[in-house]
Design a protein around this ligand. Structure first.
Ligand code: PNS
Length: 165
C-alpha cells in the first residue's frame, strides 16, 4: 500500500494544489490531504471549512487506483504521517525559492521519521505564482482570482468577504 500524506495550510485550496494532487494520483494508492490546524495563523477559513471544501472538490477526483481522503491535524507532520501509515510526504514545488524552504523541511522530517520519504512534484508553470497567501491578498483587494482557485473556493471567498462587511 503506497500511502502519501499531502500536508498544508490550504487556506484556501488553489488550482496549484489541485495540479499537484492530479500529478500524484498515478504514484500512490492513497493520498491523505492533511490540513494543518495552525494556531499561529489568522486563517480566512476554519480547518473544518477547508476540509469540507477540499472534500467537495477533491474526493470526486479519486481514481480506481488511488483513493483521496481529507483529514486535519495539529503537531508534527512527520508524526501524523507515521500515525496514518503513510510512507511518503508529498509537497509541490513552484520555484527555486520554494525549494530552499522545502529542502529544510524535508530533511527535518527525515530526521524525525527516517522511514518516510518526501516526494516533490513540480507544479505546472501556469501556477508558479499561485499561492494561498497571494490569492487571499488579491481577492480582498478586489482582484480577480478566477481560474487560479476552484470555482467552489472563489464562491466561498466571496461569501467570506461579504460576512466581513
Ligand atoms: O501549506 P503550507 O503552509 O506551506 O504547509 C506547511 C506545512 C503545514 C507542511 C508545515 O508548516 C508543517 O509541516 N507544519 C507542521 C509542523 C511541523 O511538522 N514542523 C516541522 C516541519 S520541518
Amino acid at each position: 500500500m503506497r500511502r502519501a500524506l499531502f500536508p498544508g495550510s490550504f487556506d484556501p485550496l488553489t488550482n496549484g494544489h489541485i495540479d499537484i494532487i492530479k500529478r500524484s494520483l498515478p504514484l500512490f494508492d492513497e493520498i491523505i490531504i492533511a490540513v494543518l490546524r495552525n494556531p499561529d495563523k489568522d486563517p480566512m477559513f476554519t480547518v473544518e471549512e477547508r476540509r469540507d471544501m477540499i472534500q467537495e472538490i477533491v474526493l470526486p477526483m479519486s481514481t480506481e487506483n488511488c483513493l483521496l481522503t481529507v483529514d486535519f491535524f495539529s503537531g508534527l507532520t512527520a508524526v501524523f504521517a507515521r500515525n496514518k501509515g503513510a510512507t511518503a510526504i508529498l509537497r509541490g514545488i513552484r520555484t527555486v525559492s520554494d525549494y530552499e524552504y522545502e529542502l529544510r523541511m524535508a530533511l527535518m522530517n527525515r530526521h524525525l521519521e527516517p522511514d518516510i520519504e518526501t516526494v516533490f512534484l513540480m507544479a505546472d508553470e501556469e501556477y508558479s505564482y499561485v499561492s494561498s497567501t497571494l490569492m487571499k491578498q488579491v481577492f480582498k483587494l478586489g482582484g480577480d482570482v478566477d481560474g487560479l482557485v476552484p470555482a467552489v473556493v472563489a464562491e466561498k471567498m466571496r461569501e467570506k468577504l461579504g460576512e466581513g462587511e
